[in-house]
Design a protein around this ligand. Sequence first.
Ligand code: JHZ
Ligand code: ZN
Length: 412
Amino acid sequence: MNNLNYSCRVCNSILLDIYEFGNMPIANNLLPKLNEVYTKNEYKYKMEIGVCTKCSSLQIINVPDKELMFNNKYAYFASQSKFMKIHFQKLGQNLMKLMDKENDYILEIGSNDGIFLKPFAERNYKHLGVDASENVVKTAKENGINAVCKFFNEQTSIEIKNTYGKAKIIVITNTMHHIENCQEVAKGINNLLADNGTLIIEDPYLLDMYKIGSIEQVYAEHNFIWSLHSYRALFEKYNIKLFDVEHFETHGGSMRYFFSKQNILETNLMKDYIDLEVKNKIFDINTFIQFKENCIKISKALYDFVVTKAKEGHTIAGYGATAKSATTLNYSKIDNKLISCIYDSTPFKIGKFTPGTHIEIKNANLFSKDNPDYTILFAWNHKDEIIEKEKNNKSRTIWVEYIPELKLTYAN
Ligand code: JHZ
Ligand code: ZN
């Protein structure tokens, strides 16, 4: 812990305590090959986390340059999960009802491969997707989506407003926490959101992260972990008010937030979550200290398990080369000497190597044939979808879950 004064990027208060989590690579920066060219100069940064005891925001302090994280080699393609497709289709159907098809348009910030906007494009709703990573924007366009490759900030909002006018609906899913300068985004949204418009944001929820005690949701692209209090602290400065929320089990527990420029009455559900956050002491630094102790316990338990099984001569693999696992693997010092490979269905990831730990990523189609003795479920948030799929493939592995604690499950 060091006490250098950092100010909170949400509310500008001094962050009292900064916690170090060691040298980390950028979570989605997979290595194309395992040779000196890539391993010797592999970018790493000291992951330091600050917790604001005024607005509860949890944030990475020294965020790597955004171009290092979001570029033409971005590894995450959201449409790999059928379950997430359905999840976003449901949201889309509800929002279409709020739109006048002739006059309104919907803007998505962080549109990735178009998983959310595709139904809007298919039904000829006016829409625009903005994403900073060229390769996923290219895929979105191939999916018929009107998308542009840009970092979203106040300047981008001016350019969009000049072309499209103000947006009736702005949607930001699993992206707001990627953006280091959240004030710029709030200014841009204030500039672009119609006076009778709705802003919807969804991302991993601070209380859930504290509950499962896993550091996994924090990695260089998740520069913030948000709560109702910290979002309210950010947007109220721009007269954008939080009026409702909805909780989901996706990604280990996510919160969906509804904002407006109108004085819409706060729902009871929102008030309940505000109370719940206070009751769970999210402003108390001891809550974070307890969390950090849990993180150490989880990573030690996983490390000890893997080392024991490797010593016994068992084959150990992983399933889902998730960005999240980059934190656990590097933090727990579990690398390619202990894990033979990680299976994944994402074409862009297959054949590459995990950042920092250099574990080969293999095509998930090979999984049931290879049949490793133990398989660590790194894509634990897609457990049902994956275990069902591999059950049908007659896999006989033993699944290893490690959050919130170690748990073994026989595949068949
Ligand atoms: P998944 C990414 O995190 C990064 P990650 C990002 N920052 C974020 O917040 C979330 O997504 C939204 C594979 N898989 O969703 C695909 C299979 O192989 O947990 C993915 O590589 N077979 C934007 O990376 C990985 O697992 C399958 O059947 O932590 C899951 O990654 C399924 C369902 C997935 O996100
Ligand atoms: Zn703050």
